[in-house]
Design a protein around this ligand. Structure first.
Ligand code: FPP
Length: 188
């Protein structure tokens, strides 16, 4: 469908994509699985620019789940290098598109170079005011709940949070998605 026929009032504010099928894409072309991941990374660049120009406010990409560590070591190593390549080559365009990068997940467990690439990308785009490009990296829903429960428990222990005041909004304020958009996480 051509862009001109899209109703701008019906563009979703937040689009989330679970990346899948990279291995099958490669297999169908008699290529190694990692070639599918490389192609997936290139597609992310195309989708990012298209989403930004459509006026989408947040684009979340599930790039690496907590379960993905179970893949062969060589594939995991390749996947961990992709953010370095991605931000290394795509940063000028992210700046040009006014896109702000966020990375959510258990970042402390990432290899140092991957972590550094994520931290640098967030810092380098922190002043951008356009679409948020939110990568879920070493992210898992259970992990997110554990992390939120821990931080609420810690605040309660320190006397900064009254346990009886915990409601859906307080939980939302402790999730990894809390930085994405205040208008989106406000529970009404
Ligand atoms: C799923 O395909 C894809 C992944 C597990 C990894 C995708 C991640 C990237 C391309 C890295 C991008 C990250 C950044 C930060 C740029 P699959 O391997 O499960 O495919 P299959 O279902 O065909 O086996």
């Amino acid at each position: 469908m051509a862009n001109q026929s899209l109703d701008p009032t019906r563009i979703p504010a937040h689009v989330a994509i679970i990346m899948d099928g990279n291995g099958r894409w490669a297999k169908a072309r008699h290529l190694p699985r990692v070639a599918g991941h490389k192609q997936g990374m290139e597609v992310v660049k195309t989708i990012t620019k298209a989403a930004s120009r459509l006026g989408i406010k947040v684009l979340t990409l599930y790039a690496f789940s907590t379960e993905n560590w179970k893949r062969p070591t060589s594939e995991v190593s390749y996947l961990m290098r992709l953010p370095v390549d991605f931000f290394g080559t795509f940063m000028p365009e992210l700046i040009q598109e006014n896109v702000r990068v966020q990375v959510m997940g258990e970042l402390d467990a990432l290899p140092a170079k991957t972590r550094q690439a994520a931290d640098d990308a967030m810092a380098d785009t922190a002043q951008n005011t356009g679409m948020i490009l939110n990568f879920a990296l070493n992210y898992g829903a259970r992990d997110e709940l554990v992390q939120a429960a821990r931080s609420m428990a810690q605040e309660a222990k320190e006397g900064q949070l009254d346990p009886t005041s915990i409601d859906a909004q307080v939980v939302a304020d402790h999730l990894m998605t809390r930085h994405l958009a205040p208008w989106r996480t406000r529970i009404c």
